[in-house]
Design a protein around this ligand. Structure first.
Ligand code: TRP
Ligand code: ZN
Length: 293
C-alpha cells in the first residue's frame, strides 16, 4: 500500500475510535499526534501554534501544526496547507483527511532530500470547519502583526482531493466572478499545476475557489494563492463527465459533510494524482522557485 493510502486508513481508524476529528476534541488530538509522529520520522521539526476559537460565544483552545525545511531563507518561504479538523459526527476522509495525507506525503518526500534551496513550510490548520477558517486566519494575522507576512511568497491550499465523482481542479486565478481580488502572482501557481498536468496528459479544469476555506485569509492579505480541489457538494457538469468520467448532474462528492464521508467513499486514484502534484510542487519549489517569480 502506498504511504498516502496508509495515512487515510489511519485517519479512518482514529475516527472509528473517536467518532470524528472536530476541532478541540480527542479525535483532533489523535490526528495531530499522528501527523507530528510522521513528521518526526521524516526528519522535520514541527510546532503547535495555539489559538482560541470563539464560535458564537463558545470559546475553546485548539492549534495549527507548522513544519518547515531547515534550509532556505526564512525571508522567502513557500507555504502549503491543509485543514486537519473535520466536521462533527463523521470521519471527514475526503474533507479533509485527503488533503492532510497528501501534504504529509509531500513533507515526507521533501524531508528525505539533503539539499533544499528554498524554505518550504507546511501547515495543518485547526478549526477550518466553522463560519470562518480560524486557524489559518490566526496564522495570517499573527504574521501580519510580526511584519513577517512579506516573507510568504506563495500559499497553496489542499482541501478535498479524493472525491468519488471527481474533477481534477486547479484554483482558478483568472475567475472573473470571484468575490475577492485575486492577488497578483496567483496565476503563476495555477500555471505551474496546469503545466504539471498537461505534461502528463492529465485533463484538469479551473475550479471556483472563493468559498470558505484556508486560502481566504491569504488572499485577503494579498499573498499569491493557489490550490487543488476535486469537488464537494456541487454537481458535475456534462462536460466534466465527458472529460473525467463519473456521473453528470450528480454531486462531485455526494457524502460531503455527512457521516458517510469515509474510506469507502473516496477515490484513491484521484488522491494519488493530486498527491503527485502537491509533492511535485513542494520538491520543485524547494530547489527552484523561478516559476513563481
Ligand atoms: N471549505 C469547504 C469545507 O471544508 C470545502 C469546499 C467547498 C472547498 N468548495 C471548495 C474548498 C472550494 C476549496 C475550494 O467544508
Ligand atoms: Zn474542508
Amino acid at each position: 500500500m502506498s504511504r498516502v493510502h496508509g495515512h487515510l486508513q489511519e485517519f479512518q481508524a482514529m475516527a472509528d475510535e473517536h467518532g470524528d476529528r472536530a476541532a478541540g476534541t480527542p479525535g483532533y488530538e489523535a490526528a495531530a499526534q499522528y501527523v507530528e509522529r510522521q513528521l518526526e520520522s521524516a526528519g522535520l521539526d514541527s510546532t503547535r501554534q495555539y489559538f482560541t476559537v470563539d464560535d458564537d460565544g463558545e470559546e475553546f483552545e485548539t492549534f495549527n501544526i507548522i513544519a518547515e525545511t531547515e534550509q532556505g531563507s526564512d525571508e522567502e518561504v513557500i507555504m502549503l496547507g491543509a485543514h486537519l479538523d473535520g466536521v462533527p459526527g463523521g470521519p471527514g476522509i475526503n474533507d479533509n483527511a485527503s488533503g492532510a495525507a497528501a501534504l504529509l506525503e509531500a513533507a515526507t518526500v521533501l524531508g528525505a532530500q539533503d539539499t533544499v534551496t528554498n524554505r518550504i513550510r507546511f501547515a495543518w490548520w485547526g478549526a477550518e470547519e466553522f463560519r470562518r477558517p480560524h486557524g489559518s486566519r490566526h496564522y495570517v494575522r499573527d504574521l501580519e502583526e510580526e511584519d513577517e507576512l512579506e516573507s510568504v511568497l506563495a500559499y497553496v491550499n489542499v482541501d478535498m482531493v479524493a472525491s468519488t465523482n471527481p474533477v481534477i481542479g486547479v484554483y482558478d486565478a483568472q475567475a472573473a466572478d470571484a468575490s475577492m481580488d485575486i492577488p497578483e502572482g496567483s496565476v503563476k501557481i495555477m500555471r505551474f499545476f496546469a503545466d504539471y498536468f498537461d505534461a502528463r496528459d492529465q485533463p484538469w479544469v479551473a475550479t471556483d475557489w472563493d468559498m470558505a476555506s484556508d486560502q481566504r485569509p491569504f488572499v485577503r492579505a494579498d499573498v499569491p494563492t493557489g490550490g487543488l480541489f476535486t469537488g464537494s457538494g456541487e454537481r458535475k457538469s456534462r462536460r466534466e463527465a465527458d472529460v473525467f468520467g463519473g456521473t453528470a448532474k450528480a454531486p462531485r462528492d455526494p457524502n460531503y459533510h455527512t457521516p458517510q464521508d469515509d474510506l469507502d467513499n473516496v477515490d484513491l486514484e484521484t488522491l494519488d494524482i493530486m498527491t503527485g502534484a502537491i509533492t511535485h510542487a513542494a520538491t520543485t519549489w524547494a530547489r527552484d522557485s523561478s516559476s513563481l517569480e
